[in-house]
Ligand binder design. Structure first.
Ligand code: GLA
Length: 390
């Protein structure tokens, strides 16, 4: 966690009382990709890379948000309506603050500084961390209490409404309720959670391909709609499912019959079903410190995301391939929504440096891109929670 630099805050907002501060971790998803919005299973880990939000009240009613990542400032007052032409991070920030404060009668002004040491748009949940940080500080400064599940749901809705991404609930829950040294197994249907210890002696390494594809947003929403369409197709054939969580491998025959040559639906569906099975198996593999099994599961997951769900890209494929041949590699796959961003890797303890150097140099040779490494460790979320979320 970076030290709070009061001078820096005061350079931007002027001298005043000591501000409040929160550091919200990012997350890396070990396995369970594109399953959260299908009521499925996910296994993310909160990581020690953060979005820091520092804030204090001010005597007037103006709210100012300064983002160092975007090198911009946004200023608004709750007295006025939100400007409909507002877009990007400013719209998201204003939407979050207005929503959190909607039941607070007093119009308190605030100065808020957002600083990142989490890469933006890299599939490490910088967006959920940004939202959770702004929401938490806005709530604290206004004496509002937040409950983990309700807060996670609000943040997810904000993402849909103000950031235009119809995400599931994985990112929000992981940055809020993860536990240090553990992965968070979430059943996105029942919201049952379990903390799964990460084997001692395994290092967690995130590798950033350095590429971001614009396709990410539109393709994400296309995948989401395709999954909903599959449910619709089944329903027309007399099979009522609520979500892809209800569909099992032997239901694929019927989908094949209905869709005929439309293999794309079949492949999307097969990914989600098989990925859920892999999450359960991965949780047991972690508990058994089974390197071979976790290696196989990551490999299968990546292959399924590449061929069936089609959300990888040549850079992600090259990075994973390079990692699989590097010394010390236990497991490697893409992580997050896809189309660029990062890969997640388990590496034998003490081998991380060698693994990183070999993988990145091989990746550079294959793609001409300069990837970067983030050696990370598992950290706790900003709220704690046990058992079933209420
Ligand atoms: C993004 C979304 C998540 C999840 C992943 C894919 O990170 O925000 O809700 O759907 O993609 O697993």
């Amino acid at each position: 966690m970076s030290e709070f630099d009061r001078d820096r805050f005061e350079e931007i907002f002027g001298k005043g009382k000591l501000p409040d501060r929160i550091s919200v971790p990012g997350r890396v998803n070990l396995i369970g990709e594109h399953t959260d919005y299908n009521d499925g299973l996910v296994l993310p880990v909160a990581i020690n890379r953060y979005v820091h939000v520092t804030g204090r009240t001010r005597p007037d009613r103006w709210i100012t948000v300064h983002s160092t990542a975007f090198r911009e400032q946004h200023r608004f007052s709750r007295k006025n309506k939100m400007n409909p032409s507002l877009s990007g991070w400013k719209r998201f920030a204003e939407g979050i603050i207005r929503t959190i404060l909607k039941n607070a009668d007093e119009q308190v002004g605030m100065d808020l500084l957002v600083e990142n040491d989490l890469p933006v748009g890299g599939g490490l949940s910088s967006s959920a961390a940004f939202a959770a940080g702004l929401g938490t500080i806005a709530a604290r400064l206004n004496g509002i209490e937040l409950q983990p599940l309700e807060f996670a749901r609000t943040l997810q809705e904000m993402e849909h409404e103000y950031a235009g991404v119809e995400c599931g609930i994985m990112d929000q829950l992981s940055v809020l309720i993860s536990r240090m040294d553990n992965a968070l197994l979430i059943d996105c249907r029942s919201l049952q959670i379990d903390h799964i210890p990460i084997p001692a002696g395994w290092s967690l390494v995130v590798l950033d391909t350095g590429v971001r594809h614009d396709l990410a947003f539109s393709e994400y929403s296309e995948r989401r709609h395709q999954c909903a369409e599959i449910i619709e197709l089944y329903s027309r054939a007399g099979k009522e499912f609520t979500s892809l969580r209800d569909v099992s491998l032997h239901d694929l025959d019927l989908l094949e019959k209905i869709t005929g040559s439309m293999g794309v639906f079949l492949r999307r569906c097969r990914h989600v079903i098989s990925e859920n099975l892999r999450v359960t198996e991965a949780a047991s593999a972690l508990q058994a410190s089974d390197e071979k099994r976790i290696g196989r599961l990551f490999k299968e997951s990546h292959k399924s995301l590449k061929n069936d769900f089609e959300v990888t890209c040549p850079e992600l494929d090259s990075m994973v391939e390079a990692a699989c041949h590097a010394p010390g590699c236990i497991a490697a796959r893409m992580t997050g929504g896809g189309f660029g961003g990062c890969t997640v890797n388990f590496v034998t303890g003490g081998m991380a440096e060698k693994f990183i150097n070999t993988t990145l140099s091989d990746y550079r040779k294959k793609t001409g891109q300069n990837g970067t490494a983030l050696p990370v460790s598992s950290i706790g979320g900003i709220m704690s929670c046990e058992g079933k979320l209420q």
